[in-house]
Design a protein around this ligand. Structure first.
Ligand code: ZN
Length: 253
């Protein structure tokens, strides 16, 4: 989502950037983080025919991401959801991962509030994984971006307001799917109805290859994030900057 710093009314500002919980309004962690530039996103838009074409792909791809997200969360809840064909390879990777690790979910898709710093967010999962309690964030992007450090640090900081909370780890579980060219080894991802091809790095074959795509397979990356204290400081700094940018509206709340 691109940061839109212009809103017509206070209500529009409040509903686009946050939500009301028990009569109080809190900005969302993801809105706050929109203040930070996202070079990967700009590169994505630059490759599209128009801004609108980019938006259409983004929206469709976000829908697929939500579908994958919801399905994984249903499986974590112990349900047996339908497995739509379009996300099946990624789900299969997740099921395999789930067999190899002990995962005990405590909270799934739950709203978090920091009353101390005044922000809110939605936690994908608070879980015990292989005996350690932590925040598990599920991503469907093609890489693990550093911005995820800020987002998950914000969740940790909010969870710490509960004094009985033990020390928490942070993990990103990235699920994605792609297929490989059987001739040259290039990789193709299909997302939001558009194909993105990453040419094989070595050999000159890839540039002129009439790719023959193999079966789509799931990719799974599970990564622990370190350095939470530094990340919390960075998140709070981003929040200060976000408040500065939106001062006009925030003064009216
Ligand atoms: Zn090829």
């Amino acid at each position: 989502m691109l940061s839109m710093s212009y809103y017509k009314t206070l209500e529009e500002f409040k509903s686009s950037t946050g939500h009301e919980i028990d009569g109080f309004w809190y900005p969302r962690v993801t809105s706050i983080l929109s203040i930070k530039s996202k070079p990967a996103l700009y590169r994505f838009y630059a490759k599209q025919d128009s801004f609108e074409a980019g938006e259409a792909i983004k929206n469709k791809s976000a829908e697929e991401g939500t579908l994958l997200h919801d399905t994984v969360e249903a499986i974590l809840r112990g349900q047996s959801p339908a497995l739509p064909e379009i996300i099946r390879p990624a789900i299969n990777s997740f099921l395999e991962f789930k067999q190899q690790h002990e995962i005990i979910p405590h909270k799934i898709e739950e709203k978090l509030i920091s009353t101390k710093h005044r922000y809110s967010g939605t936690l994908d999962c608070l879980a015990e994984i292989n005996g350690h309690l932590g925040v598990l964030d599920i991503k469907t992007s093609k890489a693990i971006y550093r911005d995820y450090n800020l987002q998950t640090a914000a969740y940790i900081e909010a969870l710490r307001e509960n004094e009985t909370m033990p020390p928490l780890k942070r993990w990103i579980l990235r699920l994605d799917q792609s297929s490989r060219c059987l001739t040259c080894g290039s990789t193709m991802r299909q997302k939001g109805g558009s194909e993105s091809i990453q040419l094989a790095r070595f050999g000159s074959l890839a540039k002129t290859c009439n790719h023959v795509w193999g079966e789509t397979s799931g990719n799974l990356e599970f990564k622990e994030l370190y350095g939470v204290e530094k990340d919390i400081q960075a998140f709070l700094a981003a929040k200060t900057l976000w408040e500065w940018e939106n001062d006009y509206w925030l003064r009216q709340i």
